[in-house]
Design a protein. Sequence first.
Length: 78
Amino acid sequence: MKLYGIACREDLPRESLLASAREIARDQLSKETVNNYRVGFVGVHDGRDAAFVFVGFLGNENELFHRAFLSRDNNPEK
């Protein structure tokens, strides 16, 4: 899995948000055991008023599965 990130206030997303994104990706991929090739990407957007994480991965030969997560209070722990 490749991790991409952008941030509003800094050059890079906060480390706590990146750690949460890695945990979310591990959790999501562990649930997808059938025809999951473990190939995909994780995106992190450390925004002004919210934090976003998305996980995209390939499965079932030709399908892209996409999961999106949002923290409106901009707290990576939630």
